[in-house]
Design a protein around this ligand. Structure first.
Ligand code: PA5
Length: 469
């Protein structure tokens, strides 16, 4: 059998590694076997239906081809792509860029870069937005405005600001040529806008929520523009999907991951789940995971409508940097965390540490080793230390950072989230808490139709004013 590109090693989640108080025992697994099988059955039954349209995205290259064709028509005119979108509309793109593009992609000259420079306007921070629009050559800049709902204030507002800036640069007749919209297939003002202004529009397919959209045109178009091989991303997802066909968690890596983390939370009091890749290019993958795990599993109500207020707290970390920031807490603080490292078996490049100062102990042992070798030794060292300290930890191994492995890891984490949703007995695909915040901001900015919400907010202001010191 060929070596798998993506594997999940859960050895140190087990009681045999970290002891029965903090690690999972055979008894924990046998008690949960029925629940795991039911979670598998429920997720399998809904694949491709309702909000599980994302499970099928890798099965066709239709959207990849549509994105490639559109970029093919535009590429000659643009050096920069600015994604305007937030949350699920931008986090996947940032993860793809960090993992798969040259670490200094945006700084490379045009003839050395694989695709367009990529920037993101997510937070409506006026300093960043203004600076970006002043700095980029807007004549050579395409904006991809991404919003499933078409109503997100951060995105709508920055679209309006960018539109104005582009009009200032190319005139009122030509501004629309600098925009591509990615939004719901049929609904919403963004779709209407695309039609009214004749702006090319890509679909956020039905059944694909923001945080599950990285393999849809939401992530594919920016990826194509950056020069990423998106067919390989999809192929990587398909490879992992092919290994998620069993209801036996021992033969289904996503079910194993979802089940272990749920068991560690619910049976071993580990509500904090740290994802800690050991590769700088995967730091934004941890950010993407943080949204996926938090927004999908943090819920007030169970599937049968009871108040439950459940959800693990995901934490992003980066090895080896966080060894010098968080490791003290991880090894000696409260026993409330489970760790998942991401280990890279082979880095795209290796840098050999030169041999010098052999007689000085701080330098001598390093000469001849590689920086990648050092980083991986740090990962192993952390694994050993946390295991010895009774801290359950696992590792997602990837053979190398590539389109294939990243597509596989995206799908692994998405499927694990879907299974975990069933185990926590919550709807992993809605986000009422996010919507509540959006509605409050509409009301505060005076959006029509939100007058009652505004009155409610005014009434809820603290009677004696805010307490400050
Ligand atoms: O995962 C989600 O659904 C959210 O994080 C959304 O992606 C985010 O709120 C942005 O929403 P929209 O794409 O509708 O602008």
């Amino acid at each position: 059998m060929p070596q798998q590109r993506v594997t999940f090693d859960y050895t140190n989640f087990l009681s045999t590694s970290v002891g029965p108080e903090h690690g999972l025992t055979d008894g924990d697994f046998s008690d949960a076997a029925g629940l795991a099988e039911r979670a598998f059955a429920a997720v399998s039954a809904e694949r491709g239906r309702g909000w599980q349209g994302w499970t099928e995205l890798h099965k066709s290259t239709g959207y990849a081809d549509e994105c490639a064709a559109l970029w093919g028509r535009l590429a000659g005119r643009f050096d920069n792509l600015v994604v305007i979108g937030i949350g699920g509309s931008s986090l996947g793109t940032l993860a793809v860029k960090s993992a798969l593009c040259h670490p200094f992609h945006n700084e490379l000259p045009n003839d050395a870069r694989r695709g367009a420079r990529l920037y993101v306007l997510d937070n409506p921070d006026p300093t960043v937005c203004a600076a970006m629009l002043e700095t980029l050559d807007l004549k050579r800049t395409l904006f991809n405005v991404i919003s499933k709902s078409g109503t997100t204030a951060e995105t709508s507002s920055q679209f309006l600001v960018a539109r104005e800036a582009v009009i200032g640069e190319v005139g009122a007749k030509r501004w629309a040529e600098h925009f591509v919209l990615t939004t719901d297939l049929k609904k919403g003002d963004m779709r209407k806008l695309a039609e009214a202004e004749k702006i090319p529009a890509l679909p956020v397919p039905d059944g694909v929520g923001g945080r599950f959209s990285v393999l849809s045109p939401v992530g594919l178009f920016p990826a194509v523009a950056m020069g990423v091989d998106v067919r390989e991303l999809l192929a990587g997802a398909a490879e992992v999907d092919g290994r998620c066909a069993s209801s036996d968690w021992r033969r289904n890596p996503a079910l194993a991951l979802g089940l272990c983390l749920w068991l560690l939370d619910s049976r071993k009091e580990k509500p904090i789940h740290v994802l800690m890749p050991y590769a700088t290019g995967l730091a934004d993958l941890a950010d993407w995971y943080r949204q996926l795990w938090a927004e999908s599993l943090g819920k007030a109500k169970s599937l049968d409508g009871r108040a439950v207020h459940v959800g693990p707290t995901p934490v992003k970390a980066l090895g080896a940097i966080d060894q010098h920031s968080q490791a003290q807490l991880y090894a000696e603080g409260p026993f409330d965390k489970a760790f998942v490292f991401v280990g890279v078996r082979k880095f795209a490049r290796e840098v050999t540490i030169p041999k010098a100062y052999g007689d000085m102990s701080a330098f001598g042992y390093l000469g001849g080793h590689g920086l990648g070798e050092l980083l991986d030794a740090e990962r192993q060292g952390t694994e050993v230390a946390l295991t010895a300290a009774g801290r359950p930890n696992a590792t997602i191994f990837i053979d190398e950072i590539s389109e294939r492995s990243l597509g596989g890891v995206f799908f692994l984490l998405e499927m694990a989230t879907a299974y975990a949703g069933r185990l926590y007995n919550v709807d992993a695909f809605d986000q009422p808490g996010v919507e509540a915040g959006k509605v409050a901001s509409y009301a505060l900015l005076g959006r029509k139709g939100f007058e009652e919400e505004r009155a409610r907010i005014e009434k809820s202001r603290p009677a004696g004013g805010r307490k400050t010191v």
